[in-house]
Write a protein that binds this ligand. Structure first.
Ligand code: HEM
Length: 139
């Protein structure tokens, strides 16, 4: 059934569109929080900003994950054999572990050098996921 989705004239482009909407929400709101942790916009109270931004980050991630899994279902064999897709999934897991560690050590309360390193790493990992996502079709 998902293979048929891949052959449908507009279903796959629509999935890609919603995937990119999720990516935009995720990266845009993540960048806002990262800049705040780096000391930009210090007049904005961090806790309410983080609540708003992380809610939108999670909404974006959910949209990207649902549409990504549906797109994966249209051509699982090809994607499992695609090295860039494997790297993308590995980077996604690393980004998730880094986010879990950031919150487990209460980085938003501490706002210390380790919190900034973790946020910097987060930016690099999410940009890596973005780059690999765009690259999948070219290998
Ligand atoms: C569980 C999560 C995800 C899965 C399973 C997934 C899977 C996929 C798949 C199957 C494609 C289509 C590849 C192709 O046919 O060329 C794709 C495209 C893409 N993905 Fe993801 N993805 C996920 C999350 C993300 C995230 C979090 C980002 C960015 C931070 C991202 C960025 C992209 C980009 C930029 C594209 C290319 C879209 C286009 O060229 O129109 N993906 N993804």
């Amino acid at each position: 059934m998902l293979v048929a989705l891949g052959a449908h004239p507009w279903a796959y482009p629509m999935l890609e569109t919603v995937h990119l909407l999720g990516v935009g929400l995720l990266l845009g709101n993540m960048a806002l929080l990262e800049l705040r942790v780096f000391g930009w916009g210090v007049v904005l109270p961090i806790q309410p900003l983080a609540r708003l931004s992380l809610g939108l980050v999670l909404t974006g991630f959910s949209l990207a994950a649902i549409t990504g899994l549906l797109m994966f279902g249209t051509q699982p064999q090809e994607l499992l054999a695609n090295r860039v897709f494997t790297v993308k999934m590995g980077l996604l897991m690393l980004a998730g572990c880094n986010a879990a560690w950031f919150h487990a050590r209460q980085s938003l309360q501490r706002l210390d050098a380790t919190a900034r390193v973790s946020m910097g790493l987060s930016g690099v990992l999410w940009l890596g996921v973005l780059t690999c996502g765009r690259w999948i079709g070219y290998v």
